[in-house]
Design a binder for this molecule. Structure first.
Ligand SMILES: Nc1ncnc2c1ncn2[C@@H]1O[C@H](COP(=O)(O)OP(=O)(O)OP(=O)(O)O)[C@@H](O)[C@H]1O
Length: 295
């Protein structure tokens, strides 16, 4: 299966160009859509989830015209939006059963079995009778993925699922996502670089509505090897380096600034080479679009 997005554009009534001629080809497996706040990730996710209209462009899931055949898409879609409300006074089991019914599982027995299996999968079976209002953020996100998985969707969209989760819950969530079948397209939208490097076999970086780079994370990182240089500088020198070099990120360490610079050749002997990682790629490609990021 393949999702092919061609020249997708969206301008909101207030004039914000949220998507500018977006082109992406998304194969089966986990696809990371990485970008800073306001990049256009949710706009793209909502469009793919048939919840908002694009101005122009096309999206095809194999033969299916995603922008036109909304009913068809909804039958094979699992969607975990960035923000979702849960009825606080309803138990996890009751709400999941209700959603399963709304998603078309009309047989009582099948519904029961589906809900039970999903509650086990997301490790909420023991708390299935508890009201959702008592759930922690991580438990709510796991409930969110359970509802997205009802009906074995072929296209799963999860929008910034790990923002606000503690490391244990994030890990748990990652494991859950990585268990989703290989014959499914999972699009994970996030501003957390680590989420993509841990999970995704394909990715894109988007900023200000434009796709800046797309491909396999390892290949993208490899293309940057030998071009990232590091130097520890005094805080007062920082501005000088930002003006003189292509500083992609600065980190504070023991009161000093550690800068990463992108350049084909070593700037001078005081810079040491560093092995590039996805964070360097991310900051390099978005640094043309934004100002230098301080970690
Ligand atoms: N309904 C809307 N009306 C007007 N502008 C909008 C609307 N939704 C989003 N925008 C604007 O479109 C741009 C892209 O927003 P979007 O929510 O798609 O980005 P994002 O990458 O998901 O950001 P975040 O990580 O902060 O959620 C932003 O400038 C945002 O303010």
């Amino acid at each position: 299966m393949q999702l092919v997005i061609n020249n997708l554009s969206k301008t909101y009534p207030n004039g914000v160009h949220a998507l500018k001629e977006v082109n992406l080809t998304i194969p089966n497996g986990m696809f990371g859509l990485l970008g800073p706040n306001g990049a256009g990730k949710s706009s793209l996710m909502r469009t793919l989830a048939t919840l908002q209209e694009a101005d122009s462009g096309s999206v095809f899931l194999d033969e299916m015209n995603v922008l036109e055949d909304k009913e068809g898409v909804r039958k094979i879609l699992g969607y975990l939006p960035q923000e979702f409300g849960l009825y606080p006074k309803v138990s996890a089991e009751t709400l999941l059963t209700h959603i399963a019914y709304l998603k078309g599982i009309t047989s009582h027995r099948e519904r029961e079995e589906t809900v039970k299996a999903l509650l086990h999968k997301v490790n909420l079976y023991d708390v299935r009778k508890k009201n959702l209002g008592t759930f922690s953020g991580g438990m709510k996100q796991r409930f969110g993925i359970a509802q997205a998985l009802i009906g074995n969707p072929k296209l799963i969209i999860v929008d910034e699922p790990t923002a606000g989760l503690d490391p244990t819950e994030r890990n748990r969530f990652h494991n859950l996502l990585s268990e989703i079948g290989e014959n499914t397209i999972v699009i994970l939208s996030t501003h957390i670089v680590e989420d993509v490097s841990h999970l995704c076999n394909n990715m894109a970086i988007i900023c200000k509505g434009e796709v800046l780079i797309t491909g396999h994370p390892t290949q993208i990182i490899d293309a940057m090897q030998g071009k990232i240089w590091k130097k520890t500088v005094e805080k007062e020198e920082l501005q000088h380096y930002i003006q003189e070099q292509k500083v992609i990120s600065t980190t504070l360490f023991a009161g000093k600034s550690v800068i990463h610079v992108y350049l084909d050749e070593q700037p001078d002997a005081s810079f040491i080479p560093v092995e590039a990682d996805l964070e360097d790629v991310y900051f390099t490609v978005i640094s043309d679009k934004t100002s230098v990021i301080t970690l």
